[in-house]
Ligand binder design. Structure first.
Ligand code: H2B
Length: 101
């Protein structure tokens, strides 16, 4: 099982993952994405879903029209692991590619 992030590993959250924030009272990170419309938000979710399935690591998320709110945590480990940072970076990459269009 993946192990919980060390405090050194958590430093990434303040740098390359600065758009993510800690959830209150839980070892989890959250970020909200806003796209052009529902079609774009759902394209993002589709790409993320396929990748999450490959990683066997799945987001908690909520969609309303063009907005996708994501929470990441490793349920099996009871908190943040490297899997969450990897998934967050991949989600950001997909979102940036769509938003840049
Ligand atoms: N996703 C997340 N975010 N955390 C997990 O611990 C997790 C998962 N575990 N996806 C996987 C699936 C596990 O439940 C299955 C049984 O492998």
């Amino acid at each position: 099982m993946a192990s919980l992030l060390s405090s050194d590993e958590r430093l990434a959250l303040a740098t390359d993952l600065a758009q993510w924030s800690m959830v209150a009272n839980r070892d989890a990170i959250t970020r909200s994405y806003q796209f052009k419309d529902f079609k774009e938000a759902f394209a993002f979710m589709t790409q993320c879903a396929l990748m999450a399935e490959q990683m066997n690591h799945h987001p908690e998320w909520f969609n309303v029209w063009n907005r996708v709110e994501v929470t990441l945590s490793t349920h099996d480990a009871g908190g943040l692991t490297k899997l969450d940072l990897d998934l967050a970076r991949s989600m950001d990459r997909y979102a940036n590619a769509l938003l840049a269009k």
